[in-house]
Every structure is written in C-alpha cells, then in structure tokens.
Write a protein that binds this ligand. Sequence first.
Ligand SMILES: Nc1nc2c(c(=O)[nH]1)N[C@H]1C(S)=C(S)[C@@H](COP(=O)(O)O)O[C@H]1N2
Ligand SMILES: [Mo]
Length: 374
Amino acid sequence: MRTPGRPDVGYGQPVSHESHVQKKAQAIVPETTGFTLWHTPLESQRGAITPNGLHFGVHHNGIPDIDPAKHELVIHGLVERPLTFSVEKLLRYPMVSRILFLECSGNTAANALSPFARDESCQDLYGQVSGSEWVGVPLRLLLEEAGLGASAKWAIAEGADGGSHARSIPVSKLLDDGMLAFYQNGERLRGAQGYPMRLLLPGWEGNANVKWLHRLELTDTPAYTKDESGLYTEFLANGDIARFSFLMDVKSVITHPSGRQMLHEKGFYEIAGLAWSGHGKVSQVEVSADEGRTWALAELQGPVLDKALTRFSIPWRWDGKPTVLLSRATDERGVRQPTRTQWKERYASHSFNHYNAVQPWRIGSDGGVENTYA
Ligand SMILES: Nc1nc2c(c(=O)[nH]1)N[C@H]1C(S)=C(S)[C@@H](COP(=O)(O)O)O[C@H]1N2
Ligand SMILES: [Mo]
C-alpha cells in the first residue's frame, strides 16, 4: 500500500505468478510440417469457459495469417445463386450466441492406444477439449440466400490454410445449428481458432469445425477428402469402418485431483471435473472414491447447457489410504460412458478416435495421483 501500482495496458495478460499456466505442444510427427497439437491445461481451470489464450489447438498446416480485408467466403455448387461474401458484409448479418464444447476426436488417444496407462497429466491426456461462447451467423441464413438446389445434400467446407483442410458436411446439420463463428468469448477469433471466421458445428468432432473457412461447395455426395478419409475414419473391432462419425459421445474427467498431482495430506478435498456430450445435455455424473465399488451423484453446476462443458463436484475426505477415483457421465439420451474394456471391444486395437471411456485416477499412499486403467 506504500507504493503506487503499475499502469494498466491496452490488452491484459494473466499475472506473472500464473505464467506457468500454458498451452502445451504435444510431440508431433516430424515429417508433417506444420502439424501441431496444443493442449489446454484443464487442471488449472475452474468453470466451463476456456480462456481464449488457452484454448486447445489442432493445426494441420500451421496458422495462416489472413488479412480480413482480402478474405472471402464463396458459396457455390448446387445453389441457385453462387454468392461471394466479404468479412465486412458478413458482420452485418444477424448473429446468435452459443456456449459449446469443442473436442478433437483424437482427444485421449493415448489411453485408447497405449497398452499400459501412461503416467501423464490431465492436460496431456485430455487437453483437446475446450469450452467457449461462440457468436456468429447461422449458416441457414446464407444457404437460404444462395438457394439450395434440390439435390444439394452435402457441403464441402474448405479452409484457407496451407493444406486446404476440407470436410464434407451434411446440409441438414448446417441448416439445423451450423454457425459461421466470428467471436469467441467476447472478442474476435484468435488466429489459432480460425480468424477471421470458422465453421462451428455444435457437438460434432473438432475436425469438422473448419477454421479459416473460405469455401462451401454444395454437392449431392461427399468429396471423401484426405481429411475425412484418412485420420478421421475409424476401424471397428468387427472389421467395419465408421465414416463420417461426426458426433462426440458422452464423456467426463475428474480434473481435481488428476494425473501427476499430489495430495499433500489426508482430509477434505473437493473432487471436481468436467462432463460433456455431443448428443445434448449431461443428465448426471456419478463419482466413485473406492475403485468403482460404490457410486454417488455429483452436483452439476448449472446452468447445464446443451452440448457444453458441464462442471461437476462432490465433497470427499481422503483417509490417506490408496484408492481409485472415477467419474461416469450419462447424457439426456440415458447413455452412459463405457469402461475402457467396453470401448476396446467396439474399436479395432489400433483405433484411437472418439475415446470416451471412464477415467480412473489412482491415489497412492504418498498422495500421488496417477493414470490407471484398472
Ligand atoms: N482449416 C483447418 N480447420 C481445422 C483444422 C485445420 O488444421 N485446418 N484442424 C481441425 C481439428 S483436427 C480440430 S480438433 C479443430 C480444433 O479447433 P481449435 O484449433 O480451434 O481448437 O479444428 C479443425 N479445423
Ligand atoms: Mo482434431
């Protein structure tokens, strides 16, 4: 109180004492230039909204630097009137706001693939999911203006990044709740999240949410692009192949306490975490503190929103003995998360997308928290 404070700045940053809270780049495949995975530190966050600077990122070809004055969105193909929109023009359209989760279908791939439970943090294992308020133009408005042809069933959405990331999207989804997003948590999109505009498909796998969107081509069939035929198609245990597996299933994870954290003494802890489902609202989250023998209902922090991150918590007293903590979410369809064994029965052994099994965290007698499959 004896010295004056420092001046404020034009764009605020977190305090220096919190500078250890960072997104973290995951190990990448060296021969694929520009492909990076940045994980959000879930265990450093409370609440259901991810700060923009910490939003997870998956960039197949780096982050393009796009001048909004030069960027255009083209809608063409099976439409009555092909249209070209400038960013300035699109910003005058009516906009809607939605709080949604976004998750890469490859999130938690390590638990799907690794034969043993890797001793990693919640950020390393689960960091490809984030929650934001997105504001943008309903795609229905733009498609109606272009006039959909009778046979227009798919739209090829293409990004303006180096690899022209492209996905075939059913027109029904775009008409239902597809959004062209311009704002995230009150500010214009970050470059990493698709500035100046991205596709936002509530509840659908991250990959289909094409960033730096510049083209929608209406067609009668999917394009089977590299981005949907390769990494984002799954092999099932029975030999079938799941294509266009857009929906993200019900999932949850305890973030407090979680992998590589330490309980320094016995006594009271609040078990807290996140649950979400691409199928709608989370209806309940059960937590077990005794290796899955008994379960109790966690409290859901409202408002519980459709296809959004939902916070859950439950009080717990640690008696100092080794145990395992688990959470399992059920969504409004009544569908509950599978165990890892059940998940592995459905998918081929080398499949890793759409992993949504129950996460057990082992508490050691020393208070150390470790990933486990048991
Ligand atoms: N144009 C373009 N869009 C893209 C990608 C990309 O590399 N290029 N990555 C996709 C993947 S795999 C995911 S999971 C989400 C991640 O969105 P975020 O980086 O904003 O978190 O963007 C998708 N959209
Ligand atoms: Mo992804």
